[in-house]
Design a protein around this ligand. Structure first.
Ligand SMILES: Nc1nc2c(ncn2[C@@H]2O[C@H](COP(=O)(O)OP(=O)(O)O)[C@@H](O)[C@H]2O)c(=O)[nH]1
Ligand SMILES: [Mg+2]
Length: 318
């Protein structure tokens, strides 16, 4: 059976057996959001960071009610190294009515073009804005926000390092002996004097349905154990088949594309020597079977490090 022919035999929807297990997050942010709203008052520009593999899924826009139309807002799509660069323009166009300023970044790259653009853009937008309650302040202040694991800390470090590399040796964030928790701001530019809040704001992902939850889990934004590795791996397989990304067949050493997660996990376990040994009382001897949980972890990892191709999980929205 060829991979193309196999398409008809793949699942057309992804069914999750245990609906209760899908309550991954409490639906509200409560105290965290209130604190963030307080901090937002002290900044001139909000840098919202999200994972480029899910540009339309999982973003939490609650903060917008505080800043909408008041403070400049830049949407940063990080981990751009993991998607096909040819679709960047399409993503940007699609997001235009939500956010005018979209920047793609790769924090793994020193001197990344997107990272370089960020500060000049923020300064330009702040200069154009009326700065609301901060018009009396001379220094600029920026805050980074986003859901877990999208790269807030990495980007903060990139921006800090860029500034330090320019020969600004003794900056607030670079002095040894100062505990991070005491630091409130990191200087990222001298002229105009600009700071970034040291601790990024962590948003709770927005999960309107199961598929968004599973995409967020694949991108490591929800902890794996909350969803279950096998469920995440099965969703990945479903998604790869649905969008005809068959690189996995070769990567996992399969004979052909399949919709059967047990078949895939068994093969991955065998390839990687992930076996469980246990005593079979009826036979009175030790037997081995594939460790499917370990295999599921390996499968998810393959996706996360880009082994299965440059994949953008929101493909259906383009
Ligand atoms: N491939 C890739 N990985 C990244 C990038 N930026 C961050 N990461 C990785 O994503 C993970 C989460 O990053 P972190 O900065 O801790 O995210 P935070 O939770 O938002 O602060 C880490 O393993 C980083 O190494 C990027 O641009 N590309
Ligand atoms: Mg962090």
């Amino acid at each position: 059976m060829s991979q193309k022919l196999a398409k008809e035999s793949f699942r057309s929807v992804f069914k999750v057996v245990d609906k209760e297990s899908l309550r991954w997050f409490p639906g509200h942010m409560g105290k965290g959001l209130k604190q963030m709203q307080q901090r937002l008052k002290k900044v001139d520009c909000v840098m919202e960071i999200h994972d480029a593999r899910i540009p339309f899924s999982g973003r939490n826009s609650d903060f917008k009610y505080t800043i909408s139309g008041i403070k400049p807002h830049i949407l940063i799509l990080n981990k751009v190294d993991l998607i096909d660069s040819r679709i960047k323009k399409q993503i940007e166009t699609k997001l235009k009515n939500e956010c005018e300023h979209v920047i793609f970044t790769n924090c793994k790259l020193s001197n990344d073009a997107g990272v370089k653009k960020l500060f000049p853009l923020a300064q330009e937008l702040i200069n154009k804005s009326d700065r609301y309650n901060r018009s009396g302040e001379e220094d600029f202040c920026v805050m980074m926000i986003g859901v877990p694991n999208v790269g807030k800390s990495s980007l903060t470090n990139c921006l800090r390092n860029r500034f330090l590399r320019k020969g600004n040796a003794s900056q607030v964030g670079a002095r040894p002996g100062i505990t991070r928790s005491v630091l409130m701001k990191i200087k990222i530019s001298e002229k105009p004097l600009s700071y970034m809040l040291d601790t990024p704001g962590i948003l709770t992902p927005n999960i309107p349905n199961t598929e968004v939850g599973l995409k967020l889990a694949l991108c490591n934004t929800i902890e794996d154990h909350l969803v279950g590795e096998t469920t995440i791996a099965d969703y990945l397989l479903y998604w790869l088949n649905k969008f005809q990304h068959f690189e996995y067949v070769q990567v996992f050493g399969l004979k052909e594309a399949t919709d059967d997660i047990l078949e895939v996990l068994t093969q991955i376990a065998l390839n990687n020597g992930k076996m469980l040994k246990f005593k079979d009382p009826s036979a009175g001897m030790y037997v081995q079977r594939p460790n499917l949980d370990a295999a599921a972890k390996l499968m998810i990892k393959s996706f996360r490090i880009g082994e299965l191709g440059k994949l953008m999980l929101d493909e259906e929205f383009l």
